[in-house]
Structures are given as C-alpha cells and as structure tokens.
Design a binder for this molecule. Structure first.
Ligand code: IPM
Ligand code: MN
Length: 351
C-alpha cells in the first residue's frame, strides 16, 4: 500500500474550516482507493504572525521539501497589513519551492451556477496555466523621491527565457495530455508590453513546431476577459503570465459558479507542489460553518492527481459534481442549503 506524507497549512479565516472538509474527503478516498497518508499540520498564517512576529520560520521551506504534497487553506488576515502574509508565506512558498505553474481549471458543473445567459457545462470547460514564479510578482522595482510631489513608483515585470519556456512547455504538454480540443491559447498583450510578450510570443511560436498536434491561438488579455463572458466555449487551455493569470482566473472562477468551487495547484513538476482553494480567507464568514468547502475538496482531488492517485482524484471530482448538481441550491457561502460540514459529508457519502 502506498504511503504519503502531506503538509497541511490550514491558514487564516475560513481556511481551517474548508481544509477540514478537504481532509475528510481525502481520508475517505484513501480508504476506498487503498492508500495511506500521514499529515503534519503547520500553523503558518496571521494568528501565528501576530503572536510571534514571524511570518515563516527559517526551517519551513527545507521541511516542506520533504513532503509528497502540501494542502493549503487560505492566507490573509484582516488585522495584518496587505502584502505581509501574502508575500511572506504564499508567494515565498511558491517561489522557494519553485512551483512555477499555477494550474487553474475552470469547469461549470450546472447551468444554475453560471451568471452568464445560455451557457451550459459543455461551454465552460477550460484550464488556465498561469506562470507562477516571475513577471510582476518577482517584486522588482523601486520608489524614487518617495513621499514628494516628484514621486515615481516603478514595478517591473521580469520574464526570463528559461521561465517562459518551461511554463509554455508545460502548457503544450498539458494540452496534449488533456486531449480535448487540443487548442492552446497564449493570452498576452503584445500590442503594448512589447518586451515581455515579444519573448512570450516568440517562444510560444518556436515551441509550437514541436507540438504539431496542438492548435495554437493568441488573444490579448483584455479581449480574453471579453471572450470569457461572450464565448467561453472557444477555450481549451490558456497559458499566460503571472499577473494576467491572477486576474483572468478570478473571472474564470465566477463563470464556473464562484470562489466556492474554484481550486488551483501551485505545481513544481519535479518537486513539491501545493494545492489550494483560490478564494482567500473570507474573514466575514469565519467560524460560521457556511463557507463552501467544494473548492478545497477539489484542490484535494488535484493533489491526488499530481501524486499519481488519478482514480481517486477523478472519483472526488465526480462526487463533487454530483453533490453540486443534485443537492446544492447555490455555490455561494450561506446559500448552499447545507452547512460547510454537511457539504463535506455529502461528498464523502457520494464517494
Ligand atoms: C491568488 C491570490 C494571490 C495572488 C494573492 C493572495 C497574493 O490572489 O492566488 O490568486 O495574487 O497570486
Ligand atoms: Mn488571485
């Protein structure tokens, strides 16, 4: 029997509540599909920071390298200035563990959950491959004459050939493996960001020659947001830089039914990956047992697929789909017709 070791970071706000449901489902899947896992829980997040003044202990990254995978709830605390925890924990882990892909599936499970008119599950079924280690997130820049009338704030998008190429290669291979429409769209802004997206476009076109079975397409980021609303059925796999990927995946989450269902994976194909619901810590719902745990449960399914437990991952996704379709009134917090823990139980039962 396979035996895995998972690091659990419940984090802030509703993170711990949804992680509990995710673990409930992972345990059920382990029993059903015959694997075991051991978990170690880390208390990284706002509360720990307030108590100790430390965002991440020095040993954290080295320790996390020893796990098969990481399961994360949410990072972000209303009492802590924006940026400290995000940069100090979430982005730090993404960078230091070299999780250079942020994989975000966008899939509609029921017409009822879609805010768009006349869109069906078969119309909204695509995946965004977001570069996760460079771009504007690199944090390069400076203030000049800070606090004066002559102030200048510079924020640089840093794109390396190596970083762009490995992301694009992952996207081409993912498109092949996904084996649906085999269409890969590069989302950029070649008409304005003529350095960064020139590199992206050149590399994209070069790699395309190695993947003749993948149909390629290009869309500017502004147009991409338009197509998400108007013709989401055009997309299969979309590859884009870190910042654009951040923005378009929130829109993607909304057209699939909201943050309650949107999961993502921070992936290092050769190392340790980290899976999370992408919705954030939702402080106003904390402790109320009303938040939707399906995003966290789907993140757990992605985790299993990444470590090779594909059947278990697929079964969880199918159970989530059925529960969403047949039981839930809505996917939004407080409107599901069930509590957080009840939704977790329903998925376990379905599994
Ligand atoms: C996300 C989040 C993060 C990001 C924040 C919390 C730093 O919005 O995972 O999409 O911008 O990447
Ligand atoms: Mn985001």
């Amino acid at each position: 029997m396979k035996h895995y070791k998972f690091a659990i970071i419940p984090g802030d706000g509703t993170g711990p509540e949804v992680v509990n449901e995710g673990l409930k489902v992972l345990s059920a899947a382990a029993q059903k599909f015959g694997f075991k896992y051991e978990k170690i829980v880390y208390d990284f997040g706002g509360e720990r920071y307030k108590r100790t003044g430390e965002v991440l202990p020095a040993s954290a990254v080295d320790e996390l390298q020893t796990f098969d995978s990481i399961f994360l709830g949410a990072i972000g605390h209303p009492d802590v200035k924006p940026g400290i925890l995000e940069k100090g924990i979430l982005l730090r882990l993404r960078f230091d563990l070299d999780q250079y892909i942020n994989l975000r599936p966008v899939q509609l499970y029921d017409d009822r959950f879609c805010p768009l008119k006349n869109k069906k599950p078969e119309d909204i079924d695509f995946v965004v491959v977001r570069e996760n280690s460079e771009g504007l997130y690199k944090g390069l820049g400076e203030f000049q004459n800070k606090g004066t009338a002559q102030e200048v704030a510079i924020q640089v998008s840093h794109n390396t050939r190596k970083g762009v190429e490995r992301c694009l290669r992952y996207a081409f291979e993912y498109t092949q493996k996904r084996n649906k429409r085999k269409k890969l769209t590069l989302c950029g802004k070649t008409n304005v960001l003529t350095f960064a997206f020139d590199l992206w476009e050149r590399t994209f076109n070069e790699l395309a020659k190695e993947y003749p079975d993948v149909q390629t397409d290009y869309a500017h980021v502004d147009a991409t947001t338009m197509w998400f609303v108007k013709n989401p059925e055009w997309f299969d796999v979309i590859v884009t830089d870190n910042m654009f990927g951040d923005i378009i995946t929130d829109l993607g989450a909304m057209i699939q039914g909201g943050m309650g269902i949107a999961a993502g994976g921070n992936i290092n194909p050769n190392g340790v990956s980290m899976f999370e619901p992408i919705g954030g810590s939702a402080p106003k719902y904390t402790g109320k047992n009303v938040i939707n745990p399906l995003a966290a449960i789907c993140a757990g399914a992605m985790l299993l697929e990444q470590i090779g437990e594909d059947k278990a991952g697929e079964a969880i996704v199918n159970a989530v789909k059925t529960v969403a379709q047949t039981k839930l009134k809505d996917l939004a917090a407080g409107k599901m017709g069930y509590s957080t823990t009840e939704v977790g139980d329903l998925v376990v039962k379905q599994l």
